[in-house]
Structure formats: structure tokens, C-alpha cells
Design a protein around this ligand. Structure first.
Ligand code: ZN
Length: 400
């Protein structure tokens, strides 16, 4: 049989993450062929003929699907390192908040920056992700907290996808915090989100997210946001059960959310709701680590219920200034006791599912995008085991 293709990668060890195969779906002595940016063949390096391709000898290196970072706040203005230093010097969170720190300082810096300035400030962060094999990244708004500010963030996120060979999924997170103009009337801000911002963001956002927490929005307010999102044909996600159990996960599941994220305080009832709805649990060990949280998400329960678990960097200036997916995998293993297989699934096919992109990315299967990460490692566990070590040899996005 002759297979027409543009390019083949021979002599590779494949961790396909194909869900029909056990574990990581390993194929020793594997071969990948791509045509027009898609996978045309994934399997043993047999005697099939590949018509007129460019052939790359991988010399026994490992190939995984390109990594999917399914939860980031990558685009923002300013920096909170000064605040971090003040906290270490003994200044209280309340004092910092009173002097204009916290999320509102990021909001002010973000509002003051132009779209081009936001792109320029965010590119180095994006490049760190790409350097560790990321081929798809989700980017949330949520530091504009006004119509213009949120749209500017979504445009900047889309622009990043034009600057680099990477797929960008954009998420509207206007329901991240109540902006100061609405402090006396948060419900009016929710009204602005539902009636003005969501309709205006339909062509710029791939999904709508919210932060359900005592310090952010109630389940009733989030329900209004979800109702508007669905009326405008936008899928939903939710920051849920990060600091306390508000029933956010069950709410998200009831609305058919793609994912519920954080979940440190998820209970049985919430977990069963996620299971029933097929909602992905996105765990963010970077934020857990940075905020010195002590309650870990119920990984054993998620595992027992067969809920897909994704991992992400949660790259953001306040609680997870992190741009290393490999370090996140190590944290998930050490802090949450996730297995090597679970960590790799978390950054590939579960991440893809959390973005509603299971059909196109997340595993090496014929028909999906040819997004690859090629690693100089002895075994997949090396990706999870080592800290501050980046064995990426090459990254392929849509066959290039
Ligand atoms: Zn987040």
C-alpha cells in the first residue's frame, strides 16, 4: 500500500495517548506520517510506502502529542513581584489590598496597556510554554473587567496566535472579579457581562468562564452568566471550589460545562455531578503550591469515578506565575500523587477535552492535527520526574 504524505518521522518511540490503547498507548519503533497538517499514519515503522515525503530519522527519541495548556491567564499588564516581596517582608494581604494591590493592580496595568503592548508583554511567557512542547494554549481575559478591557484582552490573545505557530483558545472571564466601579452593586456588573460583554465577545471568545467563590461571584450570579453564554452559543467553564465549597462544580456540570477548574474543596456530590455530565476536572498544582494551600483536590475520588483529569499552568501574575508544563506535571505527581500516565494524559487528551477539541488534538490518531513534541528522554517518566529540566528536541505544529 502507498500512503501519500508530506513528511514522515521514522524510528521513533511513540506515546500516542490513543484512548483505545492501554496506558500511554506506546508504540516502539513507530512512524508518523502527515499530510496537509494532519496525521495520515500513526503506527509501527513497517514496510508501508510513503509517497514522496520528507523523511526525518528520530533516532529512537520519544514523540508525544503536542502539549495542551488548557487554563492560563497569560495576557496581562504589569507584574506582581513587588507584592510578592512585600508579603515575604511581612506586609499583610489586607494592607497590600488597601494600597491597591492584588488583582486590581493587574487590572489597572492591563487597562492602561494597549493591545500591542499586551501582546509584547505576553510573548515571552508564551515562548516559555512553546519551549516545553505546548502546541495549544487557552488564554482567558479577566483583567479588563469592562467591555473595552475584556475585548482588548481577547483580541490580544488571538493576536498571539498569529505571532507564533500555536493554536490559541480564547475564554471570556469577565466574571473574574468585581471591578471597583461596581463594588456597591455587583449584580449590575453581572448584568453588564450578560447583556453587553458576552454578546460583544461572541466572535472573539471560544468559551465563557467565571470565578465562583465568596470573594468573587455567587452561584446565582454565575448561573446568570452561564445562561447568557448559552443563549449566545458559547460553551462554558468554571473556576470552582478553589478556596471553599460553593457548589460551583455541580452548577457547572448542570450547565454541561467543558471543565470545572481548581477543585481543592470538591465534595462527593460535586464529583458525581462532574461524572454524570462528562465535565473535565482541571487541576492547577501551581496555584496550590504558590498560595501554600493545604487541602489537595480529591484525586482518588476523581480517579475512582473515572472523571478525566487535566492539568494546566494557570499562568497568572497573582497565584501562579508559572510557564512550565513540565514542572506542573512534577507538582501534580509530588503534591497530588498523580501517576506519570495521569500527568501526561492531563497535558494532552484531557486538556484537549477541557477545550472541546478532542476531535482535533490531544492524541496521535489518524485525522487529528499533526501537533507533536519530540523529546530526548529514556522513558516518559523522565518528563514528570525531573525538575527544571527541559528535554524538548523539536515541536511540530500542524505538520510544520
Ligand atoms: Zn485561573
Amino acid at each position: 500500500m502507498t500512503i501519500a504524505c508530506d513528511r514522515v518521522w521514522r524510528n521513533a518511540r511513540l506515546a500516542t495517548l490513543d484512548p483505545t490503547l492501554p496506558g500511554l498507548g506506546v508504540i516502539e519503533k513507530g512512524l508518523i506520517a502527515a499530510k496537509d497538517g494532519r496525521l495520515r499514519y500513526v503506527g509501527p515503522d513497517n514496510n508501508a510506502n510513503f509517497d514522496g515525503p520528507e523523511s526525518i530519522d528520530c533516532e529512537g527519541r520519544w514523540i508525544t502529542p503536542g502539549l495542551v495548556d488548557c487554563h492560563t491567564h497569560l495576557v496581562y499588564g504589569g507584574n506582581r513581584a513587588d507584592e510578592f516581596e512585600k508579603r515575604l517582608d511581612g506586609v499583610s494581604y489586607e494592607e497590600i489590598a488597601r494600597s491597591g494591590g492584588g488583582i486590581l493592580s493587574t487590572m489597572r496595568a492591563t487597562r492602561a496597556a494597549s493591545e500591542a503592548e499586551l501582546v509584547e508583554a505576553s510573548l515571552p511567557r508564551l515562548d516559555r510554554l512553546l519551549a516545553e512542547g505546548v502546541t495549544t494554549v487557552e488564554i482567558k481575559s479577566g483583567y479588563g473587567l469592562s467591555l473595552d478591557g475584556e475585548l482588548k484582552l481577547l483580541r490580544a490573545a488571538r493576536a498571539l496566535g498569529d505571532c507564533r505557530p500555536v493554536t490559541v483558545s480564547t475564554t471570556l472571564l469577565a466574571a473574574h472579579a468585581v471591578p471597583p466601579e461596581y463594588r456597591a452593586n455587583p449584580d449590575a456588573y453581572v448584568g453588564l457581562i450578560c447583556d453587553t460583554i458576552i454578546p460583544a465577545a461572541v466572535r472573539l471568545a471560544d468559551a465563557v468562564d467565571g470565578f465562583c467563590e465568596t470573594i468573587a461571584f455567587s452561584t446565582a450570579q454565575i448561573e446568570r452568566v452561564f445562561t447568557s453564554a448559552k443563549a449566545h452559543g458559547l460553551p462554558i467553564k468554571l473556576h470552582a471550589e478553589q478556596l471553599s465549597n460553593q457548589g460551583g462544580a455541580a452548577l457547572a456540570a448542570r450547565h454541561g460545562a467543558w471543565s470545572a477548574d481548581h477543585l481543592e474543596y470538591l465534595d462527593q456530590e460535586g464529583a458525581r455531578a462532574l461524572q454524570k455530565a462528562g465535565t473535565v476536572a482541571v487541576l492547577l498544582p501551581g496555584a496550590f503550591y504558590f498560595t501554600r494551600e493545604t487541602t489537595a483536590p480529591p484525586v482518588a475520588l476523581l480517579r475512582q469515578l473515572g472523571i478525566p483529569i487535566a492539568l494546566a499552568t494557570d499562568c497568572n501574575p497573582g497565584t501562579s506565575p508559572l510557564t512550565s508544563p513540565l514542572l506542573v506535571m512534577n507538582m501534580a505527581a509530588t503534591l497530588f500523587r498523580m501517576t506519570v500516565t495521569e500527568c501526561l494524559i492531563g497535558f494532552t487528551r484531557a486538556g484537549a477535552r477541557a477545550l472541546g477539541r478532542s476531535g482535533e488534538i490531544g492524541s496521535l490518531e489518524v485525522g487529528k492535527n499533526c501537533d507533536l513534541a519530540i523529546w530526548e528522554i529514556d522513558q516518559p517518566a523522565d518528563l514528570v520526574y525531573r525538575m527544571g529540566f527541559n528535554p524538548l528536541v523539536a515541536r511540530v505544529w500542524r505538520g510544520q
